[in-house]
Design a protein around this ligand. Structure first.
Ligand code: DUC
Ligand code: ZN
Ligand code: ZN
Length: 488
């Protein structure tokens, strides 16, 4: 009988569609056997009473990234990846951000240089495109896609990042041609500016007013527009960080109509609300993020949209800025809300929050938890050839969850480079106590077991939209437009 390098025995194994009791044999970093009485191993981990799940894949986080105003996130690829690993993740896909004037080649070189020597978990990048020049569109972007960077984010707001509708159509056209997925930050820029000016003119500059400055309708309008543009070209998009039920419903309708549209939400829109920003002094700044926190009814709506599959992706949007002049308060100790750094930490708590409040509390099944932790993302972002499922032949990326662990969330226990967590004091049940990446234990007994640089770059496949029929607009279809072929 075969001898494995590692065997995980007696656990309850779950994927996104099945749950079973089995042992897992691992050799050369891969899952090579699943079943009963599979053989011996050099090392055996007894997972009796525990859940053996695919390692989480965090698909939206900002790590060692300069904002468009030059502000660096507090986490680099070491602290960010360590924090992710302690939260049950074995892979993440942070952003490599192009600022105007930069070439994508330089941007990617910079981010490979940041991640390679430091990340303890496997990684890829999504590009952020803020300057879609001809060279970027027709040379650099296709090259990046060929290198396995098959998704990129664009912004419909923020003066230094925004792309207009024509630029968005250009980017979507390139994505369509090369099989990439465009991620969209969908908020109406003019509405945000208009509201911000009105609030500031009225003397409402405190952090909590940030929540009013990004109206719900700004999100709905932009989601509608993004879907109109992408469905015109029949090319896939993913609306990131959906914060409102109205926005999610627009996505649901588009999917019902066959359009290639995916939706993501984040724990802050399920567990936090804007009332919590009403704090003395500048403390509300800790909860400034965009889109902003909404209200309790909205939290319930987002939960429902996650439960019913309207939203397929659940990411942390970890954007860590400390409550000091390196982060939130970089524009001064009394800065008005438009100058407060936007973003919340959450990479370590994304999965424990969902495990506890979603699975343990009966809001989602264990299989749905796995889908949201890893499997959906692996399929949507082209990682399913190696990750996202406990399947023979795939990487042995495994998180062993103990449903008996009870914890009170404390910033001091987190492994990121932050001094606060928005979830301080919450009580949760269940924790990933052992985390394994490509067959190597990376977290065990509350300790990191690998050195910096243990992770590697993972090239991703292009997107598979089978089952999402879509249709090119008649004006673009040579069969219906007097034979005009625009090469789409
Ligand atoms: N968008 C993000 O995706 N993260 C932080 C802030 C923002 O605007
Ligand atoms: Zn965004
Ligand atoms: Zn983000």
């Amino acid at each position: 009988m075969q001898t494995f390098e590692l065997k995980i025995s007696n656990g309850t194994v779950a994927n996104s569609t099945e749950t079973f009791t089995a042992d897992i044999g691992v050799s050369d970093g891969k899952i090579v056997a699943i079943g009963k009485k599979i053989g011996d191993a050099e090392r055996v981990i007894d997972a009796g009473g525990k859940y053996v799940l695919p390692g989480g894949i965090e698909a939206h986080c900002h790590i060692e990234q300069e904002s468009s105003s030059g502000l660096m996130t507090s986490d680099d690829y070491y602290s960010g990846s360590v924090s992710a690993a302690f939260g049950g993740n074995t892979c993440f896909v942070p952003f490599a951000a192009q600022h105007r004037g930069q070439s994508l080649k330089d941007v990617l070189e910079t981010y490979h240089g940041r991640a390679g020597p430091k990340s303890v978990i496997d990684y890829s990048f999504h590009l952020i495109i803020s300057d879609p020049t001809d060279e970027v569109l027709h040379e650099e972007l296709p090259q990046a896609i060929a290198q396995g960077i098959t998704s990129f984010k664009v912004y419909m707001t923020y003066d230094r990042l925004i792309v207009d509708d024509g630029q968005l159509l250009d980017i979507l056209t390139v994505a369509k041609k090369h099989g990439a997925l465009t991620m969209i930050h969908a908020e109406n820029n003019a509405m945000i500016k208009w509201m911000s000016e009105k609030l500031l003119d009225g003397g409402h500059g405190a952090p909590k007013y940030h929540a009013l400055s990004h109206p719900r309708t700004a999100e709905s309008e932009a989601i509608n527009r993004a879907i109109a543009l992408s469905s015109f070209l029949d090319t896939p998009i993913l609306i990131v960080h959906v914060s409102t039920e109205a926005g999610a419903r627009i996505i649901a309708q588009a999917r019902y109509d066959g359009h290639k549209v995916f939706g993501e939400t984040c724990p802050q829109y399920m567990f936090l609300n804007a009332e919590q920003m009403d704090l003395p002094g500048m403390h509300g700044a800790k909860l400034c993020c965009s889109p902003p926190l909404r209200d309790r009814a909205s939290q319930e709506g987002i939960w429902r949209c996650l439960q019913n599959g309207t939203l397929q992706v659940y990411s942390s949007d970890h954007a860590p800025y400390r409550f000091d002049d390196t982060g939130k308060l970089h524009a001064g100790p009394q800065a008005e809300f438009p100058k407060i750094a936007n973003g919340l930490p959450g990479i370590e708590l994304r999965l424990p929050l969902l495990f506890s409040e979603g699975f343990m509390n009966g809001r989602i099944t264990l299989n749905h938890f796995v889908a949201l932790a890893a499997n959906n993302v692996s399929k949507i972002y082209g990682l399913d050839h190696c990750k996202g499922s406990i399947t023979e032949g795939l990487d042995a990326d495994i998180a062993i969850w103990d449903p008996e662990v009870k914890r009170e969330i404390k910033a001091a226990d987190m492994h990121d480079n932050m001094e606060f967590t928005p979830y301080e004091g919450m009580h949760i049940t269940g924790w990933p106590t052992t985390v394994i990446q490509r067959g190597e234990v990376i977290v065990e007994d509350n300790e990191l077991k690998v050195d910096r640089g243990a992770g590697g770059f993972v090239p991703r496949k292009t997107i598979d939209c089978t089952g999402m029929p879509g249709k090119l607009a008649p004006e673009l279809d040579p069969a219906l437009n007097f034979g005009v072929d625009l090469g789409l």
